[in-house]
Design a protein around this ligand. Structure first.
Ligand code: NAI
Length: 282
């Protein structure tokens, strides 16, 4: 299947990033959100991001105008009908996503592929909310979308090979590198990353090394651009804890038990950068 136009549901952090990634490579986009205000905010974010690329001489003002002209916005799901692929990038909340997907499934032509950018909900479960599980897939972009090269292309139990191939090809047209993943909690990257962060909290709690030395060790010893504890502060300690709880529940394996120190810090309200205090103070 040839994807010529992309629909996006949700104009927030990820939705507007995906819209930008499509538009800069010449793919027309229809971006839908609940309010005109959310759409305007999304468009302003894209314009600001394109301006930064112009400053870095990675884009010309004419290319910016061309990209912006390819992005249509709407508060009506009906306007997504022109797209061969619709990517859901709305709020991470199961009932909200189920409602959106049922609505989109009822309105969109039978052949349209629907993808979700969810970071934690089962693709197989979301697919089951639609009548097109074979044409439903996970398309997990990373933040910030215009900068990050990876897309996890996640097949649910019933996703067809044709759907997988079409979405993988689109990710490549966006200049991204797709990896093929079978649906499982955390997919690939977060499944490995978050337990690594959790382990760093155990190492800290056991007094094996200071937070600074743990982060320095992982930066210089594993060539990571940022240490796991500093990264936890960026992701949010509450998010890290919630993800570990999901792995523990879904796999039923005690190796995913959250570190008690992580629990303590979340209980204390030390959630990381967003509360100006986590492992480090900001
Ligand atoms: P966000 O909160 O920035 O944006 C969500 C947008 O969805 C908002 O503009 C909201 O108005 C809109 N929305 C809510 N209900 C809607 C509906 N019924 N119809 C249309 N639009 C609706 O959220 P963010 O961070 O962009 O996350 C979106 C998705 O991407 C989530 O599933 C999240 O798990 C996933 N994700 C987020 C990453 C991140 O770093 N922020 C990274 C990778 C995936």
């Amino acid at each position: 299947m040839d994807i010529q136009t992309v629909g996006i549901i949700g104009a927030g952090t990820m939705g507007n990033g995906i819209a930008q990634a499509c538009a800069v490579v010449g793919i027309p986009v229809v971006m839908v959100d609940i309010t005109e205000e959310a759409l305007q905010k999304g468009l302003a974010t894209i314009a600001g991001s394109l301006d930064r690329l112009i400053k870095k001489e990675k884009l010309t003002p004419a290319e910016k105008d061309k990209a912006l002209a390819l992005i249509r916005t709407s508060t009506r799901y009906e306007d997504l009908g022109v797209a061969e692929l619709v990517i859901e990038a709305a709020t991470e909340n199961l009932p909200v996503k189920i409602k959106i997907l049922q609505q989109a499934d009822a309105l969109l032509p039978a052949g349209t592929i629907i993808a979700s950018n969810t970071s934690s909900i089962s693709i197989t479960k979301l697919a089951a909310a639609t009548g097109r599980a074979d044409r439903f897939i996970g398309m997990h972009f990373f933040n910030p979308v215009p900068m990050m090269a990876l897309v996890e292309v996640i097949s649910g139990l019933q996703t067809s090979a044709a759907t997988h191939d079409a979405v993988k090809a689109l990710a490549q047209r966006l200049g991204k590198t797709p990896i093929s993943v079978k649906n499982a909690p955390g997919f690939v990257v977060n499944r490995i990353l978050i337990p690594m962060i959790n382990e760093a909290f155990f190492v800290l709690a056991e007094g094996t090394a200071s937070a600074e030395d743990i982060d320095e060790g992982m930066k210089l010893g594993c060539n990571q651009p940022i240490g796991p504890l500093a990264l936890a502060d960026m992701v949010g300690l509450d998010v890290c804890l919630a993800v570990m709880e999901v792995y523990l529940a879904e796999f039923g394996d005690p190796k995913y038990r959250p570190c008690p120190l992580l629990r303590e810090m979340v209980a204390a309200g030390r959630l990381g950068r967003k509360t100006k205090s986590g492992v480090y103070s900001y």
